[in-house]
Design a protein around this ligand. Structure first.
Ligand code: ZN
Ligand code: ZN
Length: 760
């Protein structure tokens, strides 16, 4: 055959996602000859055929690629015509130390679900997968992605699986985790610590019976253990709370399918896309108030208007729902509160045999621990709140040279980040660096990322807080030079890096706490900044935080502090629940602490102002989970209320009049939903007011929003909307969390920029 020959190089996430069989299919379809080869610099293709067919091929390449593939770059080069006899797949080749990207785990695909109905060794086989679906990151321990470098290594393929593995026209061609019941992993059921069965049908029946009888079961998943119970049975959910030692934090619910979810939550188009995506995150939806006869257990997310939902993503989940009568189960990480999700069978059996109705594990080891990811749609865009299974370890592309930088992240909601060329590899959600197990997970995962991505560490980036475990870990690491980055500068830099901005911007960072350059606790920072440095222009007025960290767990303390600031000692006569229901002795103690400046760090944390208002409205006096006050407050917001309270913007932003307005409304019996909404509107106006002043002062029109407060949908949408209406260019987070989980990317960006400037 004659024609012309092109060489095509594709970069992006193209390994382990069924890319080469796809190339083979479309080459054959368009009558092209040549070859395709995986290299660690990307996929290289040479094709010979007519110009028209090569054009069709390139179009198919762009439009029909496998769902989990991410094509970042296609370069084409015409060669002298080469005559090939057919189209073939060449053996993988390592060109250099550069690696291509690793796929995140992919939910089981439709075709595999269909295959589970066929008689044979994959009938109801719970580990079915193909080149388009199955475990990836969770089982991989090194590159290139090859079965021997995964936890599937211990399972020798049977003849039938082996045939499919080498058959280029098969959808399991080079599917590294390929398996069947004759050769692959299996589930095992334990009750009271005793082995019962490894027959999947027996296990499914026993597991679903336990759930339906109101029990809690432990179930091994893709990235770790889960605990599950019937989401309609309140006493079962309460039991789960008790055994996990988790008081109020909402649970995620796995629904049978989209249809069975519809009665319980409102679903917008973008939300539906996220729910159905192959990444299968937990999606936060607005609860429906009118749900008919079946009601989800109150304890799932009591007092909140949000519901975290997901659909089945492992074959086992589908098998379980086939047996279950209930349409929804609570599915939460298998651990005790604050510890990392368990991955080892032996730990699960030791810790959970006595306190669950059944323990169901499998013998495919989990190498990289991942939690379920959590997303929320804000302003029609998916925003990742917790980035783990299905998203990690896809890199974040930046415009910076990040090579060799390790950014150690924050203290709570930690993720760290490593740099390679211009990519930033943000780790999976690690958690709060407070329990020894979490710190071990953190240290171990840093080393794994360095190895996996072939990082040669040459620079560490850490927070300014001297006592953060993450800061100390950075300083202790191989005597690397260390760049310290102020917390809120890092937040803004994170959002800048995600949006590839490298110039001076107006930054608004609103969160709970972060160590400031003046030694105070910051958290409502209006900055003029670039990636190198920042100038703090204004912030919410400082208030004393009686008891420091313990005040963040006890919003009533913050409320007392604000009331004392606004009203002086007369506040104790106000007819407010927080005063009436708090021991007078405790209130006196707080006043004394403030007067004498005993353990009363100054804070400008926006989260504290939300805590104060949540306490004034008597929503939360003592938090049972992080950001409970702000979440309960947001849950009360309603549309159609444009009113706001007064505030003053001067050297700092003062909310004394806001507090007076709120107290006045409470005493006048105004509805809580109105007060909560007016308060949110006030913050939106305060942001706008100060951003506007900054634009006048600086001439800068780009506004970058970051910090955990922007996970608040009402606040984010209101702020973005108002800024856009006033012709600002607004940048917010999407693929990187706005909370401290995204902080490491900002640290990395600042370190990279400072290094670049020093080198120039
Ligand atoms: Zn599949
Ligand atoms: Zn097999």
């Amino acid at each position: 055959m004659t024609g012309i020959t092109f060489q095509i190089i594709i970069k992006g996430l193209v390994q382990g996602v069924g890319f080469r069989p796809f190339i083979f299919r479309i080459a054959v379809k368009h009558s092209l000859t040549g070859w395709v080869q995986n290299t660690n610099e990307g996929v290289i293709i040479q094709v010979t055929g007519t110009a028209q067919n090569i054009n069709y091929f390139l179009r198919s390449l762009r439009e029909e690629a496998p769902q989990a593939a991410i094509i970042r770059d296609i370069s084409t080069l015409q060669l002298h015509t080469i005559i090939f006899t057919d189209f073939s797949i060449k053996e993988s080749n390592n060109i250099s130390g550069e690696i291509t990207e690793i796929s995140p785990d992919i939910a089981v695909c439709e075709e595999c679900l269909q295959d589970m109905n066929n008689p044979g060794t994959r009938l109801d086989y719970a580990f079915i997968n193909c080149t388009n679906c199955g475990p990836r990151f969770t089982i991989i321990n090194d590159l290139p992605y090859d079965r021997a470098k995964t936890t599937m290594q211990q399972f020798e393929m049977c003849k039938d699986c082996g045939k499919e593995y080498i058959d280029i026209s098969n959808r399991r061609f080079h599917a590294q985790p390929v398996a069947c019941s004759a050769c692959g992993p299996h589930y095992e059921l334990f009750v009271n610590g005793n082995f019962i069965s490894k027959d999947t049908n027996v296990i499914i029946k026993a597991g679903s019976k336990s759930i339906e009888e109101g029990g809690v079961i432990l179930l091994k998943g893709l990235g770790g253990m889960h605990l599950a119970c019937d989401a309609f049975n309140n006493s079962a959910v309460e039991k789960l709370r008790n055994l996990k030692n988790r008081e109020g934090k909402p649970f995620a619910v796995m629904f049978r399918d989209l249809e069975s979810l519809k009665p319980f939550a409102e679903i917008e188009i973008a939300e539906k896309q996220s729910i159905l995506s192959w990444r299968r995150p937990v999606v936060l939806l607005k609860k429906k108030t009118n749900v008919g006869n079946q009601v989800l257990a109150e304890s799932v997310s009591a007092g909140l208007n949000l519901l975290g939902v997901m659909l089945p993503y492992m074959p086992f989940h589908y098998l379980l729902f086939r047996q279950l009568e209930t349409n929804a189960i609570v599915l939460t990480s298998g651990n005790f509160s604050n510890e990392p999700i368990l991955t080892e069978n032996s730990d699960a059996l030791r810790q959970f045999s006595d306190i669950t109705a059944a323990v169901i594990v499998h013998n495919r080891d989990i190498y990289n621990r991942t939690d379920d990811s959590v997303v929320r749609i804000i302003a029609d865009k998916e925003r990742i709140l917790r980035r783990s299974r299905g998203y990690v370890p896809a890199p974040i592309r930046t415009s910076l040279n990040t090579d060799g930088i390790i950014a150690f992240g924050a203290e709570l909601t930690n993720c760290f980040c490593v740099g390679k060329t211009k990519n930033a590899y943000l780790s999976q959600h690690i958690g709060d660096l407070q329990e020894i197990e979490t710190v071990q997970f953190y240290e171990e995962t840093i080393l794994r990322f360095i190895k996996l991505f072939r990082i040669k560490p040459n620079l560490a980036a850490v927070d300014l807080h001297p006592m953060y475990i993450s800061t100390r870990t950075g300083f202790a690491m191989n005597d690397l030079p260390v760049v310290q980055v102020q917390h809120h500068h890092a937040h803004i830099a994170s959002c800048m890096a995600e949006n590839m901005i490298d110039e001076k911007v107006i930054g608004v960072a609103l969160d709970g706490t972060g160590f400031g350059t003046d030694g105070n606790t910051w958290g409502s920072e209006f900055l003029l900044c670039d990636l190198n440095d920042f100038e703090r222009i204004t912030h919410f007025e400082y208030i004393p935080l009686p008891g420091g960290d313990s005040a963040t767990e006890e919003p009533w303390r913050t409320a007392v502090s604000y009331l004392y600031k606004v009203y002086g000692i007369d506040f104790i006569d106000l007819k407010l629940k927080v005063i009436e229901n708090t021991d007078a002795e405790n209130i006196r103690m707080i006043i004394n602490m403030i007067d004498k400046k005993i353990n009363c760090p100054l804070t400008s944390g926006a989260g504290r102002l939300f805590d104060c208002v949540a306490s004034l409205l008597d929503l939360v006096q003592i938090s049972t989970f992080q950001a409970e006050g702000p979440m309960r407050l947001e849950s009360l917001t309603i549309s159609g209320c444009d009113e706001a309270y007064a505030f003053t913007s001067g050297q700092t932003i003062c909310f004394n009049e806001t507090i007076r307005g709120i107290v006045g409304d409470i005493l006048n019996g105004i509805e809580k939903v109105t007060i909560a909404t007016k308060f949110h509107n006030t913050i939106i106006l305060a942001i706008f007011d100060n951003v506007n002043a900054l634009r006048k002062k600086s001439g800068i029109n780009k506004v970058v929003l970051s910090g955990g407060v922007f996970q608040n949908r009402y606040l984010s949408e209101g702020t973005i909307d108002l800024l856009l209406k006033n012709n600002f260019e607004v940048y917010s987070h999407s693929t990187v969390p706005a909370n401290d989980g995204g902080l490491a990317l900002g640290q990395l960006a600042v370190a990279s920029k400072r290094r670049e400037l020093l080198c120039v």
